[in-house]
Design a protein around this ligand. Structure first.
Ligand code: SF4
Length: 684
């Protein structure tokens, strides 16, 4: 049999596992794990193992579609591009917004932000990091000077203590969890804090079941214990940080005494104390977190609290330590790195930084929208819903599905329907694409060259294994074609993804020493890699932080309750998240026969005592309601969720969790509070 094995990277989570796509007669028929790959060492999880199944779906988009009289009809690429260019030219910069995609390559995200800023001249460019880790970018930016995982995945197994908070690592980042299990096998203590007794929590030596939204109280309480016992790392605090006095003043307040924190969080005082001592006394503690920390109105403050705890105990800048945010999507780190964010240019330079704007204009040879922070994804939806001032009339969305991923979906739908012009570029007819005026068929990750950057800053090559179906095209080529039709041929005349990457390296200092040749040879490089002879960086901040003064900045945080708390009408806390077999809005995993057959539809987890109180039996259909709407879902009665909380996975359009979620935003990072709102549950 004539088989070809194409090395590439899994398109699902931020672990960035290496796989070989198996190609026969121009069709992908399976995959093999990449045995020598530095992240996964020949292993993949169930999602990774089934990545190829959605690629050959019959319902892939194959031709451009244009809507006429409320119905789509097929059209030519020339006609579609001409229509889009003509419409885009008719809007002023403030009237148009662009949503990029963490599923697409670095090259495509870079081009999308260049297109927004240089062709449309709009500052309104953003992507779904706003919904998952915007608070990491802001919170770690303010404390450490850069918003990224400080350590490496392989490094975690060198830890002597691993503290996991707000991350179900075993189900959501399985090949990172493997390193935690290895650390445990070598004697490390594992602490897991989560309202749900997840498979990750079941591996813990110490499990802290706490109420959603009380993270700051819990960690400030731990820091008070550490200070009272004199377990802080005095040398690290003195030589590497500033504003320790301010932190001390906050965390030593009575409100963070063990007794008070225990009442607020629901965790017994002895366990809080034990966790604090383990973290402080271990030679190397790694802290791992994910969206349980970030998706709150205090998401940025949660992240700062984590940074405070790790600096207080000197757990930064060494192997086995660090602050390790686990990025959800395959390339959410890269999409942030290359500037697909409303407030940041490539390389995390503020859009208000004049010198940064001038540098981009010099390289691009075009005047760009500068000096103004654009609308975030969440703000675009607020403007469309009439909750915020603004004049948005058109949106260009690449590889995103806000009709499932945004909070308060009924308002999102109303807003999107009000748009004068919507272009969606995707591989399937998503719920959002259904509302578009023009739908452009794009290629999936296996049908293009490029790079993804994993959660530990590792930039890796993605390789084209097959041709896209029908007339579908690579996203980067589509962006270039629209730019050309709008008069910017010269500035968007790339012949390959590699040519785009070379330009990224010119304007993104962290990527400055990278090129495709080096990435191929080294199986990826971890940024910062500023020069051609730099080997990349395994862990950050071994000598100084990325702040202006090189010091880590303590940022004291105060516990405040979530935007919505339970009351007599809505007595439960609703929290949402992912499910092992599915991925985000389910666009890809629900088209995989294997994954879909494991979990076919949504469900709501409820504690068995609550179920008894509400008269609800396992597997019966119930109505779940919040102030924003009601959905119907099957009840899953379990001991594994805390009494008073319910959990909904957010992948399923027929039981869409985000009909219910609250779009209250973190004022700093503009991330919505997906993780907490008040809810009620009733028999169906
Ligand atoms: Fe893919 Fe993540 Fe699974 Fe690795 S752990 S195979 S990157 S889904």
């Amino acid at each position: 049999m004539n088989l070809e094995y194409v090395p590439t990277i899994c398109p699902y989570c931020g672990c960035g596992c290496g796989i070989y796509l198996v190609v026969k007669d121009g069709r992908i028929i399976g995959l093999e794990p990449w045995k020598e790959h530095p992240i996964n060492e020949g292993k993949v999880c169930i999602k990774g193992n089934r990545t190829h199944e959605f690629i050959n779906s019959e319902d892939r988009l194959r031709k451009p579609l244009i809507k006429e009289k409320a119905k789509f009809k097929e059209t030519s690429w020339d006609e579609a591009i001409k229509t889009i260019a003509g419409k885009f030219k008719s809007y002023s910069p403030d009237e148009i917004g662009v949503i990029s995609s963490a599923k697409c390559t670095n090259e495509e995200n870079y081009l999308m932000q260049k297109f927004a800023r240089a062709v449309l001249k709009t500052p309104n460019i953003d992507h779904c990091a706003r919904l998952c880790h915007a608070s990491t970018v802001v919170g770690l930016g303010q404390t450490f000077g850069a918003g990224a995982m400080t350590n490496s995945i392989s490094d975690i197994e060198e830890s002597k203590c691993v503290f996991i908070i707000g991350s179900n690592t075993i189900e959501q980042h399985p090949l990172i969890a493997r390193r935690v299990i290895r650390a445990k096998a070598k004697g490390a203590k594992v602490i897991v804090a989560d309202p749900r007794y997840t498979p990750t929590a079941k591996q813990a030596d110490l499990y802290l079941q706490f109420y959603s939204g009380t993270d700051i109280a819990l960690m400030n309480g731990m820091m008070q214990v550490i200070l009272k016992k004199g377990l802080e790392d005095k040398e690290f605090i003195k030589s590497r940080t500033k504003d320790f006095d301010k932190l001390k003043e906050e965390v030593m307040k009575d409100r963070y005494s063990l007794e008070t924190v225990s009442k607020l969080t629901g965790v017994v005082g002895e366990d809080i104390e034990k966790a604090a001592v383990w973290i402080a006394e271990s030679e190397a503690t790694a802290l791992i977190y994910s969206m349980g920390i970030t998706q709150h109105t205090v998401g940025t403050e949660n992240v700062m609290t984590i940074a405070n705890l790790q600096m207080l105990t000197g757990n930064v800048g060494r192997a086995g330590t660090g602050v390790n945010p686990l990025r959800g999507q395959n390339n959410v780190q890269g999409a942030c790195d290359v500037g697909a964010l409303a407030e940041l240019y490539p390389g995390y330079r503020r859009v208000t930084d004049e010198a940064a704007r001038k540098r981009l204009e010099e390289v691009w040879g075009i005047d760009i929208a500068g000096g103004k922070i654009g609308l975030t994804v969440t703000e675009m939806m607020d403007v469309l819903a009439g909750k915020m001032d603004g004049n948005l009339k058109a949106l260009y969305i690449m590889g995103e599905n806000p009709m499932l991923s945004e909070p308060d979906l009924k308002e999102v739908e109303k807003g999107l329907r009000k748009l004068d012009f919507l272009v969606v570029q995707d591989i399937f007819m998503t719920e959002t694409a259904e509302l578009a005026n023009v739908v452009l068929p794009a290629s999936c990750w296996a049908e293009k060259d490029g790079t993804f950057t994993n959660t530990s800053r590792r930039v890796q090559r993605v390789r084209k294994a097959v041709q896209p179906p029908g007339e579908a095209r690579e996203d980067w080529r589509i962006i270039c074609q629209i730019a050309e039709a709008m008069g910017y041929r010269e500035q968007f005349s790339y012949e390959s993804a590699e040519a785009i990457f070379d330009e990224i390296a010119k304007v993104t200092p962290q990527y400055g020493g990278m090129n495709y040749e080096r990435l191929e040879a080294a199986e990826g490089l971890q940024w910062p890699c500023p020069t051609a002879d730099h080997p990349g960086t395994k862990w950050l901040y071994s000598e100084k932080f990325s702040t202006d003064d090189g010091l880590g900045h303590f940022k004291p945080t105060e516990y405040n309750p979530p935007a919505e708390v339970p009351d007599s009408e809505y007595p439960l806390i609703l929290t949402t998240g992912r499910q092992y077999f599915h991925w985000h809005t389910g666009t890809m995993t629900r088209r995989s026969k294997t994954l879909d057959s494991e979990v076919k539809t949504g469900y709501v987890e409820i504690n068995e005592e609550d179920a008894e109180e509400f008269g609800i039996r396992d597997r019966e259909f119930v109505y779940v309601s919040t102030r924003r709407g009601t959905i119907k879902a099957m009840a899953k009665v379990t001991r594994d969720i805390m009494k008073g909380e319910i959990f909904l996975p957010f992948h399923f359009s027929e039981a869409a969790a985000n009909v219910l979620t609250n779009n209250a935003l973190d004022p700093l990072a503009k991330i919505p509070e997906f993780k907490v709102c008040a809810a009620k549950i009733e028999k169906g």
